[in-house]
Design a protein around this ligand. Structure first.
Ligand code: F6R
Length: 616
């Protein structure tokens, strides 16, 4: 959950580190810190609780002497409160070594006791300081920073990315990773390390993946990667597809506003190259193969949060088109239910970051249990794709706002593309039927652009409702995951109690919540819906209106029943039922953002959250 950046090279370390941290702040933002080796060979550190700006202000008042080697960190607290003392870097070897960490060292209590018994003292409540002191001791014994790191990681349990630097070895940063992200940026006479490529994309788009249980040593002119035993490893190089400007706000008031505006593009880019003359083209699935895909008897989707709601929509589409049973399981629940999976199960993980620890662990469990594992992921060089047999990358571009928006519509698009591919290999849909669905899918970006036109009206509604304490969301069939997503966005962005329900469930309990003035969003199916759900949901609206609810309907343009009953209708363009959620979700993304803004909250960095949840 923390953001990590490391630099060796001729330029100002501080400039590189602070630029990297500002791009990584979405990963964690309760404190930040840097360590720099100045040109006289002295290690200086500075760290502050609060957002990055607190550190920047501090450096403004009292500058740190700059140099050519440095590490930087933005924290999301696990062990120890977010205060100056617990912020990273932590020091070892009498202040000559600085270390930063992402993850959790699970056996830190026993290691700390061992160090206390050996006479070491601690200045923080963190698990990280244990690693700093241990690496310092091993460096004193070996004089070799990479070897010291190797000896220490052999004793650590849990998940970690560690970066370390030492006064006695200028121009060197050593990193290690286990179940936590780290990538290398390759420069010209300079090299970088980062939790993700955002840390260094401003300086280079050439990157190297680092695998599990590996150690990397960067110098200005070399990069050496080994496994934890010291054997050389050849890392895979890749080109970062987006540039620094893609991660800038570009004139928008927030990253979230920008990312919602990019929802049409996220769908279009995820389809790009995957539709050839009306047919689905997914060479990424070759490592699994059509024969295997034709013979699987079940799909289990694993994901968390918004990605899991995308999975629920994938279930409707895949079951309808390919006639394979699909189960959607929250990643953190998956392994504990002793799932019945084997070689004929396709496990599909969905993760924007590709680093969510719960999903990563579920992916590993599924592989070990012999299932076939496919990932849907938005982040190149991330861990989950590396642990999977095949990956369908969503091309939503970098998502910086902590709450997911454009990644969601891209994930749904990728699942639909997968569903149509499966329908072909299993001969459940003809080429003509697939071409019809593909054509509908290709029209979604333009229709999404139409939905964005309602933004101003939704902003007005949100502003009027700024004092609301509770909002309910109802949906049926594919509208149900949309209701869940609308409620999640409101909770996490505006800190308002919000719940999503399947509309049919209303009379089985939740209707008791309805009292005069209760705001209820209702995702209304199309009146042309072949499942005839429209009149049922209209009846639900009547039931809650009769009890005094204020209803905001997300309904197809021209839905006269919805217009007659609801207090407000947000229109969406006509689309077949399976594709409606891609359109209906956007007003709810806008509503969550605008209500949070109306309350004066930071929509990009809601409290207590982190963009990628790299602890279980
Ligand atoms: C909600 C949100 C989270 C993520 C979840 C999974 O707005 O962003 O619920 O969807 O933490 O994250 P990824 O997709 O990175 O695995």
């Amino acid at each position: 959950m923390c953001g990590i950046v490391g630099y060796v090279g001729p330029n100002s370390s501080l400039d590189v580190l602070l630029a990297g941290l500002s791009r990584l702040e979405y990963r964690g933002y309760d404190s930040a810190g840097v360590a720099v080796l100045d040109r006289a060979g002295h290690l200086g550190t500075r760290k502050r609780a609060g957002k990055l700006v607190a550190l920047l202000d501090d450096l403004e008042v009292e500058p740190l002497r700059d140099g050519e080697t440095g590490i930087g960190h933005t924290r999301w607290a696990t062990h120890g409160r977010p205060n100056d003392g617990n912020a990273h870097p932590h020091l070892g070897d009498n202040g000559k070594l600085a270390l930063i960490h992402n993850g959790i060292i699970e056996n830190f209590s026993e290691l700390k006791q061992e160090l206390l018994d050996a006479g070491e003292t601690f200045t923080s409540e963190t698990d990280t300081e244990v690693a700093a002191i241990m690496v310092g001791r091993e460096f004193r014994a070996t004089g070799d920073l990479a070897e010291a790191m190797r000896r220490v990681v052999a004793r650590l349990e849990g998940a970690f990315t560690l970066l370390v630097m030492h006064e006695d070895v200028p121009g060197v940063v050593v990193g290690a990773r286990r179940n936590s992200p780290l990538v290398i940026g390759l420069g010209d006479g300079e090299n970088f390390l980062g939790s993700d490529v955002a840390a260094f994309v401003e300086f280079t788009r050439r990157a190297l993946e680092i695998g599990q249980d590996q150690i990397v040593t960067i110098r200005p002119d070399s990069v050496v990667v080994t496994d934890f035993d010291g054997n050389d490893v050849e890392p895979r190089e890749f080109e970062v597809e987006w540039d620094a400007s893609a991660a800038e706000k570009g004139g928008w008031s927030s990253f979230m506003a920008k990312e919602i505006s990019e929802e049409p593009e996220a769908v279009a880019n995820t389809l790009l190259g995957r539709v050839v003359e009306g047919a689905i083209h997914l060479p990424e699935l070759d490592p699994i193969g059509d024969d295997v895909l034709a013979s699987i008897d079940r799909i289990v989707v694993i994901a968390c949060g918004t990605a899991a709601y995308a999975g629920l929509l994938g279930k409707y589409a895949i079951e309808k088109w390919a006639r394979i049973p699909v189960e959607v399981v929250l990643s953190h629940e998956f392994r504990y239910s002793e799932p019945v999976i084997g070689p004929r199960t396709l496990v599909v993980s969905i993760s924007q970051s590709g680093e969510t620890m719960d999903t990563l662990m579920a992916v590993k469990y599924a592989s070990q249990a012999g299932a076939r594992v496919l990932s849907i992921c938005n982040t190149q060089g991330a861990t989950i794709p590396r642990e999977s047999e095949a990956v369908i990358y969503t091309h939503a571009g970098p998502e910086v706002a902590v709450a997911s928006t454009k990644a969601f519509v891209a994930q749904v698009t990728a699942l639909y593309v997968l569903g149509l591919h499966l329908a072909r290999v299993r001969e459940r849909l003809s080429a003509h039927q697939i071409a019809e669905q593909v054509s509908e899918l290709q029209q979604i970006p333009a229709k999404l652009a139409d939905v964005l036109v309602s933004s101003e009206r939704i902003k007005q509604l949100a502003t009027w409702m700024a004092d609301t304490r509770s909002v309910l969301f109802l949906g049926r069939h594919v509208g149900y995951p949309v209701a869940l997503e609308g409620a999640l966005k409101l909770k996490e962005l505006a800190y308002i109690h919000a719940e999503g329900f399947a509309a049919g469930e209303l009379k089985h309990g939740p209707i008791a919540l309805i009292e005069p003035g209760q705001i209820v969003f209702v995702v209304v199916p199309s009146p042309r819906d072949p499942l005839s759900l429209h009149p049922k949901v209209i009846s639900n609206i009547q039931e809650i209106k009769a009890r005094g609810a204020r209803v905001i309907a997300i309904a197809e343009q021209g839905d006269t029943a919805a217009i007659a009953l609801a207090d407000e209708v947000i229109p969406i363009p006509l689309a077949p039922p399976l594709f409606e959620p891609l359109l209906a979700v956007v007003p709810l993304h806008i509503f969550g953002m605008e209500l949070a803004s109306a309350k004066g909250l930071d929509v990009d960095q809601p409290r207590n959250l982190a963009k990628s949840v790299t602890v279980e």
